[in-house]
Design a protein around this ligand. Structure first.
Ligand code: FMN
Length: 331
């Protein structure tokens, strides 16, 4: 069964990409992911200097969810600290490229236009096959409009696209007033791929000690539903490739993401919960699922359930919500 795909012009032997996490930080773990059949990897981001403290703080809370999955801890070593220094990051990236044969996607989380470009050029020189621009920002400045934030993202993308030859994807959050419009803008600005969606980490509140609690819990398949909706809406409207990111745990999740329009899926929580061997199972089960359902290839199935092709497009709209709410019966 042909389960190969392409993502932003890169050929992948299967649709499974390891998303940025401690698993894509150490060369040893990356080589094991390759052995188990991962299609590509996205490295942890290189953060612009002014964001590096935030990256370290994020890394410090990672142990909390990992410890609650003690069975998974045995699958991968204590994560290395993320690399925060640009030259060291480029050397690490070059070493990964040297020792692997899968596409390696460099990852950037910057603030200023100059740094987006500088890091992109550095990663291209170090051998990255493609880039992911990590547009993770919490819009907490009430004086800044959505238009200003989106324009800044578009300008960063345009600057990177003008400066490198390798393909460039952007990882976005769903928190845009008109996501379909923003997706079209990114597409028009030259994005080769969109990654839907970043999962914001959501701090809880400790009501006894009056302080925020930082947690990074692993996801489950429910997280995928938001991605499916927007993949279905956007996939007929953009030229670029699409990746589902968030809540992909099983073959069924993968099938749903591809049917709604994804070219590939990024995995993080499912690998952390089930171990690296999970990729091997997913590859086998995906091929078997396609065979059983009489598809000739994964590509044949892509976007067969997007908004243009589903029998009831209203299922994705407000009308369906009203019908559902109206039919609710108190148990
Ligand atoms: C422990 C952990 C660390 C992560 N670190 C990063 C990161 O540094 N940069 C990033 O873009 N995403 C990071 N993510 C987010 C994942 O790449 C992914 O977008 C998110 O977890 C949703 O996918 P999932 O449902 O498969 O976990 C991290 C996720 C986890 C669980």
């Amino acid at each position: 069964m042909d389960i190969s795909t392409t993502f932003m012009g890169l050929s992948l032997k299967n649709p499974f990409i390891a998303g940025p996490s401690p698993l894509t930080n150490s060369l040893d773990t990356i080589k094991r992911l390759e052995d188990k059949g991962i299609g590509a990897i996205v490295l942890l981001p290189l953060f612009e200097e002014i964001l590096q403290d935030q990256q370290m703080a994020l890394f410090d809370i990672i142990e909390t969810p990992a410890e609650s999955f003690s069975e998974a801890l045995s699958y991968f070593p204590e994560p290395d600290r993320p690399i925060v220094e640009a030259d060291a990051y480029m050397t690490h990236l070059a070493a990964i490229k040297e020792s692997t044969n899968i596409p390696v996607i460099g990852n950037i989380n910057a603030v200023t236009e100059g740094k987006w470009l500088e890091y992109a050029v550095g990663m291209q020189q170090a051998g990255a096959d493609g880039l992911e621009l990590d547009f993770y920002s919490v819009a907490n400045d009430a004086t800044e409009s959505g238009e200003v934030i989106e324009r800044r993202m578009i300008e960063a993308l345009e600057a990177v696209k003008a400066g490198v030859k390798i393909p460039v994807s952007v990882k976005v959050t769903p928190f845009h007033t008109s996501f379909a419009h923003f997706a079209k803008r990114l597409d028009a600005a030259g994005a080769d791929g969109l990654v839907l969606f970043h999962r914001f980490y959501e701090p809880d509140i400790d009501i006894e000690n009056l302080e925020p609690i930082s947690l990074l819990p692993l996801s489950d398949s429910h997280r995928l539903l938001l991605r499916l909706r927007w993949l279905a809406i956007v996939s007929g409207q953009v030229r670029c490739s699409l990746a589902a990111n968030g809540g992909v745990h099983s073959v069924e999740d993968t099938v749903k993401a591809v049917m709604t329009g994804a070219h590939c899926v990024q995995l993080t929580s499912s690998l952390m919960k089930n171990g690296i061997e999970h990729v091997e199972r997913l590859n086998k089960e995906l091929a078997r699922w396609l065979e059983l359902h009489e598809y000739e290839s994964l590509r044949q199935m892509r976007a067969t359930m997007n908004i243009e092709r589903i029998p009831d497009p209203k299922a994705l709209s407000r009308a369906h919500y009203m019908r559902l709410v109206g039919s609710w019966e108190t148990p």
